[in-house]
Every structure is written in structure tokens, then in C-alpha cells.
Design a protein around this ligand. Structure first.
Ligand SMILES: [Zn+2]
Length: 601
């Protein structure tokens, strides 16, 4: 038996089978049942929303042997032949392929003759806007004096291209894009009838991708059924569509809310293994945060475009409005960062960790505070606290239960077990401590750990207005990145470190090994750039000497090397590479591993 594609098999056969377009159907049903018929109808709307389907059902309504009504019998020869596309008095034309005036003349030549078997001769002209001007004129003549037995059904995606003279002679119906809800309901009914098991989330992903077109949705469903070998799952569909599944985005927000860095990084691993586009992912995260923010302020205003309305309302209650705003801001700024990062995954991970660290009840920073000092105060200077930590190891143990409590991945912390592990360990610096807690999952990602160390090191230096500032070094790296200056000036900036910044002055040290290119013109340019960036006049003092902090250039270099090292390790450990080495006695040429996605200048 030949397989019939779903879009064709499940094309509605009657008005009551149709999903959506109620506003159009109601008018047509009323007209048919009251015999108030017009001789020309125009159906407009984007592709796959039901224009020709409605037109064909309408043709049945007009020609059903049981009489004109909105409920054709579906059994008489007229109904059956129309359904099979072989009814002699339904003349279907695709105007896109018949644009010439001769075509239209030929088409309209027979208009004057009575229908052969039916009650009405129905002309269904699809993509009618494609006709030439001459063809429109020929059509117009017929529309001006239509024979009583003729009905024109015109369909177009682009009504603006139709001459006003044609438009004014048609009853116009504008079809809407189908809502995701409508599409999901229809696809569900199709799958039940086809006896194909499926996850609801998968249908929401398809509905979102179909962008209002039922035909596209059914085609995607067809593909999904083959791709998923019969059982349609959300994860597989999202892989097929290349769109991150909403479940993953929700998991990110849940992990942020639970302050669970482990799960956050775990989620990124899942994402990485399925090679989603990180920009798309970020956009979906932004969209989710936007909807959560709406849910917090106007609960009734949340749409159900992904079938997750209830979930969103639930999350909205768990997060504070400030948290959501902060996450959104960080995500938005992170988008720019991702453009210049040489590794999208790293940038994405960094961005999520930033959300975690700067969150009003950030776990990493609170963990550091408790680990650092027996009396957690609101001092925000990590640099000063580190020595205290090393000289006084015991508070770590005493405060461990608190620390464990902040780690939500342990639902019922057992003080006896947790401190045991910690007392064995030597006193750790704040950064090491944060990364150590992250090493709990079986396979810590080296890059991720390095990133965490940087992020949480900087965490306590939070200023309330700007979500980005960290310690001086990090802050300067961020500023230089934001400035996005290239050329010699950019190069000089990247080789400076920030010494001091006040309301009206800024002091930088330029790495003396890089000072050859410097002249006063560059100094003025840097002063101007920084003044513009901070929107206030800043006086620049530029010192040239050896630098004792990491410059943006050094930071970039280090990140590049770490990523390269990571790539080398992954490459060497790859089972396929191992198999090649073992089978062919091959070896990897030293230094031949490189990263293709090099950082943009
Ligand atoms: Zn019939």
C-alpha cells in the first residue's frame, strides 16, 4: 500500500473538520445555508492556512447532489470526484504557472457554457496575484458580467498585488495564521488516529516551527515520525528541527532558581552534545525570561505559545522580579559577548554562571563568604579575605552545614558526611573552593571549572547598577571587550591594565613590552573612547611599565590556549581517533590540532 503524506491524507473534507478560521467558515456557512451566494470569493492568507482547502469544500457545498448546503454529503459522485480532484466542473488553475493572457483567455473561453454535470462551474485560481495585467483584464471582463452558473474562487498569499478593480468585485476573506494551540490540538488528533505515540512537547516544537501553517506542521510531523522511528519525542524533534527544546530552556531557569551550578553545567553539556545554535538558544532563553517577567506583572498576559503557560506562571512565583530582570540583562549583554567569543559554548556557559553568581541569592558567593570567614559580613573584597581564610582554617568546618544547605543538589545534607570530605582537604582559596564544589559530577569539564574559578573569584565585587563589574582585572577586560576597538588603539587598550578609575579620571598601565606603538594621538583617542563609553569626561593618565595583572590581551591568549588544549585532549581521547591510531599505527602530528572558529578581531 502506498504511503500517503499526512498533509494530503488529513486534508479536511468538510468545514467541521477544519482547525481554525472560524470567522471565515461562519460567514460561508451562513451564506450557503441561506442561499445568499456571490459569484466571486477571494481567500487571502499565508501558505498552508487552508485557502484552497476551504475553496474545495466550498465547491462541494455548491455541487453536492443532495443540494446546496454547508454540509455536503461526501458520498455522492460530485463530492467524491471533487475530493479526488477529478470533477469536471471544478477548474483548478495555478496562476503561478499560467500567467500569460492566452492562458487566461483559453481558461475563460468556456465560461459561457453551462456546467457539464454539476450545478455550478467553479473556477479555483490559486496564487491569483501572479497573473499578468492582460490576464487580469480578461478576468475582469468576466467578473463584470458573470454567467449565473459560474463561481470564481480566488486564492492568494499577496492580495496587495491584485488590481483594485478585481478586489472590489470579490467577497474577501482573510485567513489567519493558526495558533500553536490549534496546531497542537490538530496534530494530536492526527497522531491518535494514526496510533503513533508522541510527547506533547514535540508537538509544541513542531507548531512553533510551522509558524502558523497547518500544512507545514503536518509535513514536519511526517518527517518527525520517520526520524523518530515511530515514537515522536521532544528531544529528537528538536534535533530534527535544529531548535532547542523548551524543556532544556526551562531546565536552565530551574537550575538558576535552585542555584544549582552542577545542573546548569550539566544542561550545557546536554545542549553541546546536540549541537544547537547557541544564539538560537540564547534567544529562546530571552523569550522565556520575557514571558516570566510578564507573568509576574500581568499573569493574564502570558501566552501559551509553547504549551507551557502553567509552568511559566509557576516559575514566575518562585523568582523575584529583580532576578528575572537581571537574568534578562545578562543574557542580552551576553549576546554581544558571544559575537566576539571564540568559543560559543564557553561564552554561553560563562553567561549562565554570571547569572548564578550575580543572582540576589547567589550560591557561589555565599559559599565563598561562609568558607572564608566565621562572621560573614557584607564586605565585598575577596582579595583581602583570602589571607584570613588560609590562616584560619577551622571556620570552614564549623560553617559547613550552612555551606551544604546552599548547595541545593544535596536535598538532605548530612553534616557528618559533607564536612568529612572538606576537613580532609587543605584550606582552599575562594576560587578553588568554588571549583572544587563543581568537581562533584563524575566528569568535570576543564573549561567549565576554569570559568567558574574566574566568575566566582570576581563575584563579590558586585556593584548594584551594573551587572557586569567584577574585580579590577575582570572589569577592565569587560570594558575593552565592550569598546570593541580594533587596530593599533584596540591593541594598545588590550595591553593595558586598569590601575584606578574615579569620577573624572582613569589611570592605566601599558605593558612596557608593547609600548613601541604608543604615541600621544593614541592616548587622546583612548581618553575619548573611555569618556564616550562612560558618558562623562575622563582624564587619562597612562603609565608605561611592567604590568602585574592580566591584560585583556593576555586573557584572550590564555583562553585561546586553554581552548586549544581542551580541543587537543578531546581529539586525542576521541574513540574514533584512537581506533585509527591503533589500526593504522598512526600518530597525531604535534601542533596540527587547531580551532577553526578563531576569535574575530
Ligand atoms: Zn454530495
Amino acid at each position: 500500500m502506498t504511503y500517503q503524506v499526512l498533509a494530503r491524507k488529513w486534508r479536511p473534507k468538510s468545514f467541521s473538520d477544519m482547525a481554525g478560521q472560524e470567522h471565515v467558515l461562519q460567514t460561508l456557512v451562513h451564506a450557503l445555508d441561506n442561499q445568499r451566494l456571490h459569484h466571486a470569493y477571494l481567500f487571502t492568507g499565508t501558505r498552508g492556512v487552508g485557502k484552497t482547502t476551504i475553496a474545495r469544500i466550498f465547491a462541494k457545498c455548491l455541487n453536492c447532489e443532495e443540494g446546496i448546503s454547508s454540509t455536503p454529503c461526501g458520498k455522492c459522485s460530485a463530492c467524491l470526484e471533487i475530493g479526488e480532484g477529478r470533477f469536471i466542473d471544478l477548474i483548478e488553475v495555478d496562476a503561478a504557472s499560467k500567467t500569460k493572457v492566452e492562458d487566461t483567455r483559453e481558461l475563460l473561453e468556456n465560461v459561457q457554457y453551462a456546467p457539464s454535470v454539476g450545478r455550478y462551474k467553479v473556477y479555483l485560481i490559486d496564487e491569483v496575484h501572479m497573473l499578468s495585467n492582460h490576464s487580469f483584464n480578461a478576468l475582469l471582463k468576466t467578473l463584470e458580467e458573470p454567467p449565473p452558473h459560474v463561481v470564481f474562487l480566488l486564492a492568494t498569499t499577496d492580495p496587495h498585488k491584485l488590481p483594485i478593480t478585481i478586489l472590489s468585485r470579490c467577497l474577501q476573506f482573510s485567513l489567519k495564521n493558526l495558533s500553536p494551540q490549534k496546531i497542537v490540538e490538530y496534530l494530536s488528533s492526527v497522531l491518535i488516529a494514526e496510533q503513533v505515540p508522541c510527547e506533547e512537547g514535540a508537538l509544541w516544537s513542531i507548531a512553533k516551527s510551522a509558524q502558523g501553517s497547518m500544512r507545514d506542521a503536518l509535513t514536519l510531523l511526517d518527517q518527525s515520525i520517520s526520524f523518530c522511528a515511530g515514537n515522536v519525542t521532544e528531544a529528537e524533534v528538536s534535533t530534527l528541527l535544529g531548535t532547542p527544546d523548551q524543556a532544556l530552556i526551562l531546565r536552565i531557569v530551574a537550575a538558576l532558581n535552585a542555584e544549582d551550578a552542577n545542573d546548569l553545567l550539566e544542561t550545557v553539556s546536554v545542549i553541546a552534545s546536540r549541537s544547537f545554535d547557541y544564539f538560537l538558544l540564547l534567544d529562546n532563553l530571552l523569550s522565556l525570561l520575557h514571558r516570566i517577567a510578564i507573568a509576574q506583572l500581568v499573569p493574564g498576559g502570558v501566552d501559551n505559545s509553547q504549551g507551557d503557560r502553567e509552568q511559566i506562571l509557576g516559575i514566575a512565583k518562585q523568582l523575584t522580579a529583580e532576578q528575572v530582570q537581571l537574568y534578562y540583562q545578562i543574557a542580552l549583554n551576553g549576546r554581544a559577548d558571544m559575537n566576539v567569543a571564540f568559543d560559543a559554548r564557553m561564552a554561553f556557559e560563562m553567561l549562565l554562571l554570571r547569572m548564578l553568581v550575580f543572582s540576589p541569592q547567589a550560591p557561589a558567593s555565599s559559599a565563598i563568604e561562609t568558607a572564608e570567614s566565621a562572621t560573614p559580613d557584607d564586605s565585598t573584597d575577596t582579595q583581602k579575605k583570602k589571607p584570613e581564610l588560609i590562616s584560619e582554617p577551622e571556620p570552614e568546618i564549623r560553617l559547613e552545614p550552612d555551606n551544604a544547605n546552599t548547595q541545593t543538589q544535596a536535598p538532605s545534607p548530612e553534616p557528618l558526611v559533607e564536612p568529612q570530605r572538606q576537613t580532609d582537604a587543605p584550606a582552599l582559596s575562594a576560587a578553588q573552593d568554588a571549583s572544587a564544589t563543581l568537581e562533584q559530577p563524575p566528569e568535570p569539564d576543564p573549561i567549565a571549572v576554569a570559568e567558574v574559578a574566574v566568575a566566582s573569584d570576581a563575584a563579590p565585587a558586585v556593584a548594584e547598577a551594573d551587572p557586569a563589574p567584577r574585580n579590577q582585572t575582570e572589569r577592565w577586560i569587560q570594558i575593552v571587550r565592550d569598546l570593541g576597538v580594533t587596530g593599533i588603539t584596540g591593541n594598545l587598550l588590550a595591553n593595558c591594565v586598569l590601575v584606578d578609575m574615579s569620577d573624572n579620571s582613569v589611570t592605566l598601565t601599558l605593558d612596557e613590552t608593547q609600548s613601541a606603538l604608543y604615541n600621544e594621538e593614541h592616548g587622546r583617542r583612548i581618553e575619548q573612547l573611555l569618556s564616550e563609553h562612560f558618558k562623562k569626561a575622563l582624564k587619562l593618565t597612562l603609565l608605561i611599565s611592567a604590568i602585574d595583572a592580566e591584560s585583556p590581551a593576555q586573557f584572550r591568549q590564555r583562553m585561546r590556549e586553554e581552548a586549544l588544549q581542551q580541543a587537543r585532549t578531546e581529539f586525542e581521547e576521541d574513540e574514533h581517533i584512537q581506533a585509527i591510531i591503533n589500526t593504522f599505527s598512526a600518530y597525531i602530528v604535534p601542533d596540527s590540532v587547531s580551532i577553526l572558529s578563531e576569535e574575530k578581531p
